[in-house]
Design a protein around this ligand. Structure first.
Ligand code: SF4
Length: 351
């Protein structure tokens, strides 16, 4: 492919195999084989060459497939970590392997850079749940409240909010806000988890919320937990705050993706059941080769629309590839909410 020699491809396959051999290829349900890596090699090699030639940075969310996360990404992370990396980007072009709201955030932070989302229309059930018009109406109704939006929201929604949060910093930021009333959009389950956490910290606030959820995390149920306990009684149960409060309440740990990685790393337990998007299992496996992970196999179809082929398509045709655009007025207002997050979050686990 494109003049790559057999030796170059073999070396690339060996590099990939050294990284991926301990993790599960969810397409085959086996660990990545050398043959799997040989298939990935021509594409990852070409992408890595074009990335340098085109002054491009590739950011990838943990929920993307391992060929992207470990084969071509300069940085992998959850929403907070990727937003932080986007702030410091030196490259002229940012290729964001994720979904639309993430690429929009990168553009807002870097108005002078070109930002590309390889699967141009990849959306998020949560971010698309509420519109800016609806937030405007809520602001009239709850005029004394602080408006807090999850990072999984559109730029237009962020523009009407006081501060943006991620699952890695939501509790600390809400706890620090001076207002007694909080309107949290758009995740119903995260809002319920905020209420529980504020109560645990003895902080009195009224949290109002609306009825949208992540179509991956909202599927986890108490029955899933009962099943796990029956089949894997020694496993620690870890979940994401986008899960229902009944699920997080029964979990040994509930936190952001970076929080889960830290929890597993520091735990003496050897088995974990993971109630989140399947992609996180690969990072857990890679960082903890002696530990065992059980998954219920839920995946985000939108995240999986990022492929090596569509990343290559962007890099091969950078001048014509559609760019992520946010109007200057919206970007200015939304940036205030994002900047407030960085100010209020302080030092965080940057993963
Ligand atoms: S996992 Fe859920 S919150 Fe994340 S992008 Fe997919 S639908 Fe959105």
């Amino acid at each position: 492919m494109n003049g790559l020699t057999a030796d170059q491809q073999k070396q690339e396959a060996e590099r990939l195999f050294a990284l991926l051999s301990t993790i599960t290829n969810f397409k085959t349900k086996e660990k990545f084989s050398y043959e799997d890596c040989l298939k990935i090699a021509p594409l990852s090699l070409r992408i890595n060459q074009l990335k340098q030639k085109n002054d491009a940075l590739i950011l990838a969310h943990y929920y993307c497939t391992p060929d992207i996360v470990y084969g071509i990404a300069d940085f992998k992370g959850d929403s907070y970590a990727l937003a932080s990396k986007a702030v410091n980007a030196k490259e002229k072009n940012i290729i964001f392997c994720g979904v639309y709201f993430m690429a929009q955030t990168a553009k807002i932070i870097n108005p002078d850079k070109n930002v590309f989302l390889p699967p141009v229309t990849a959306g998020c059930s949560l971010a698309d749940g509420i519109t800016a018009e609806e937030v405007k109406e809520l602001k009239q109704k709850y005029s004394d409240a602080a408006f807090v939006c999850y990072i999984n929201s559109t730029a237009q929604v962020k523009a009407y909010c006081d501060v943006c949060v991620t699952s890695a910093n939501v509790y600390d930021i809400v706890a620090k806000l001076p207002q007694k009333q909080i309107v949290f959009v758009p995740d119903l389950f995260m809002a319920e988890n905020i209420r529980t956490e504020l109560k645990r910290r003895n902080i009195e606030k009224e949290v109002f919320f609306f009825f949208f959820s992540c179509c991956v995390h909202d599927k986890y149920t108490v029955q899933d937990i009962e099943e796990i306990k029956k089949n894997h009684p020694s496993a620690k149960i870890i979940s994401h705050p986008e899960c229902a409060k009944e699920v997080s309440g029964l979990s040994d740990y509930c936190g952001s993706t970076s929080g889960m990685l830290a929890y597993v790393k520091n735990s003496t337990a050897t088995e974990f059941a993971v109630l989140s998007e399947n992609g996180i299992i690969n990072s857990l496996e890679l960082e903890n080769p002696s530990k065992t992970f059980y998954s219920t196999g839920r995946t985000c179809a939108q995240m999986k629309r990022n492929t090596l082929l569509n990343v290559l398509g962007v890099l091969e045709n950078l001048s014509k590839a559609p760019k992520v655009e946010v109007s200057a007025q919206t970007a200015l207002k939304a940036k205030k909410a994002i900047d407030n997050m960085f100010k209020m979050a302080g030092k965080q686990n940057d993963r």
